[in-house]
Design a binder for this molecule. Structure first.
Ligand SMILES: *Cc1c(COP(=O)(O)O)cnc(C)c1O
Length: 469
């Protein structure tokens, strides 16, 4: 496993991260960290995200270890946050973009265009023209009409045919009704074409049971891809060289087994195929767990036994995932106004509660019948694993603008806080400043702090040092 410090060094130099304030914390320091942000910088009580850069590095290590020969092209649509994309780029991933704007944001990070796949089988002509002008030369397609467009706007582009994943009915977000064609009708491959490879997507998963099923889908789809490779040879097409196994991966305890099934299938179907490049388009795998959302309780009402709260983000914002991604979300209270001694309210009596989002639409309900302790206005609700298909699809309905939610980066120290600190000090000596927060004390206000999150790096070591109030 690459050392975490190497990954951290890469991340600290990343476009989008470099020059920003980064906070080093112990592994379990998230609550304290959020608390310090809220107390020192959040007079206005705005929704914010924390990006866990240590978790990004760990996920990358996990992928590389399990699928060393599968180059990930991170699916930007899953979470297009620039700081996160910058960290991913520094760690060596490539990118799956679906539109001109997604390509622009990746290029803005200084990433070379040959690290991008334009993974949209049906593209607008103007976007194809743009891709040609910036040198993005790899795309997917699944129809004759797309070929005509490619011939017209970007004839030099390498083409990958998107086949239908055979069974994605169990996925929370099946994609085969939209993506892919020619499932078993390979005879329909247009003869005049040069196709460089085969692509599929088994459907996006967000439950563990789906993750279990997904390994069989990969197996089936890899077998189908092999059939397509054979058909291409039969049709006298030049030898194909790319197998794109798409997304659908989850970073849960079953990931290693899924990876083993994928590797075994690649070996058994393509073991003696020379010159094959295998790529993937994971979105959820990398994004899901790395952001934590903090929402402020902005209103409260008690009707008979029922407790109702309003929070600063909702169904039209980040929490659209409840509707659009079938997500089952959970939250943890952070009662920084009503109970500073025990802000997570562990062991407190809970009540049936409704939680509304901030808009005036009756649809904007985050929870019904959810068990929460007694909370007050200006306490917080914290949502972890809140990054896959969340802000990406949020709106600014009623003037609550999802894309304006700030994010604050933190780095986990996996083992030894002090060793990590010394390591970081070596990398960015001038910017290093030591600030300590003891969990039970009031939050630190760093000397010369500014109200903006983006300035003066502060390394925050929770178990150490004095605490100012
Ligand atoms: C959405 C999408 C992905 C990412 O899927 P995940 O389930 O998040 O891994 C990859 N490729 C394509 C073509 C997609 O549409």
């Amino acid at each position: 496993m690459p050392s975490i410090s190497k990954s951290l060094q890469a991340i600290l130099g990343a476009p989008g991260i470099n020059g920003k304030r980064v906070t080093v914390l112990s592994k379990d320091g998230l609550t304290d960290f959020m608390r310090s942000i809220i107390c020192s910088e959040q007079e206005t009580k705005e929704t914010f995200y924390v990006l866990d850069l240590g978790a990004v590095a760990t996920l990358m290590d996990r992928w590389t270890l399990a699928l060393p020969k599968v180059q990930p092209y991170y699916a930007v649509k899953c979470n297009p946050n620039l700081n996160f994309l910058g960290a991913m780029a520094a760690l060596g991933t490539n990118f799956d973009c679906v539109s001109q704007a997604e390509i622009e944001s990746i290029l803005s990070l200084g990433v070379s265009p040959d690290r991008i796949i334009f993974a949209n089988p049906c593209k607008a002509g103007s976007h194809i023209k743009y891709a040609a002008s910036v040198g993005v030369n790899l795309t997917t397609f699944d129809s004759i009409d797309e070929i005509k467009k490619m011939q017209k706007w970007h004839p030099k582009c390498d083409l990958i045919i998107q086949i239908k994943a055979l069974d994605d009915s169990g996925a929370c977000c099946p994609l085969s009704s939209k993506l892919g064609n020619m499932g078993s009708k390979y005879g329909a491959l247009p003869e005049e074409l040069t196709v460089g490879g085969i692509s599929f997507h088994i459907g996006s998963a967000s439950t563990d049971s789906r993750a279990y099923q997904s390994r069989f889908c990969y197996q089936q789809a890899i077998a189908a891809a092999k059939t397509a490779f054979k058909m291409a040879t039969k049709l006298g097409m030049p030898q194909m060289s790319v197998l794109n196994i798409g997304g659908g991966f989850m970073a849960n305890s079953q990931f290693d087994e899924t990876a083993t099934v994928v590797k075994t299938a690649i070996q058994s179907y393509f073991g003696n195929y020379s010159g094959l490049t295998v790529i993937a388009e994971p979105g959820r795998f990398f994004a899901e767990s790395v952001f934590t959302l903090a929402t402020n309780i902005i209103g409260k009402r008690i009707r008979n036994e029922l407790r109702e709260y309003w929070i600063s983000d909702g169904i039209y914002g980040s929490l659209n995932c409840i509707i659009l991604d079938n997500a089952i979300v959970k939250c943890m209270p952070l009662a920084l106004t009503s109970n500073l001694e025990n802000p997570t309210r562990k062991g407190s009596k809970t009540y049936n509660s409704t939680v509304f989002g901030p808009t005036c639409d009756a649809l904007d309900i985050v929870f019904r019948g959810y068990q929460l302790p007694k909370l007050q206005v200006d306490d917080w609700l914290v949502f972890s694993t809140m990054a896959a298909y969340t802000t990406a699809a949020g709106t600014n309905f009623n003037g609550f603008n999802t894309s304006a939610i700030p994010n604050i980066e933190r780095i986990d120290c996996m083992n030894n806080v002090e060793a990590e600190y010394r390591q970081l000090k070596k990398v960015r000596p001038d910017e290093c400043q030591l600030v300590g927060v003891r969990p039970a004390d009031n939050c630190v206000t760093p000397a010369n702090k500014t109200s903006s999150f983006a300035r003066s790096p502060v390394w925050c070591l929770p178990q150490h040092l004095r605490c100012q109030s």
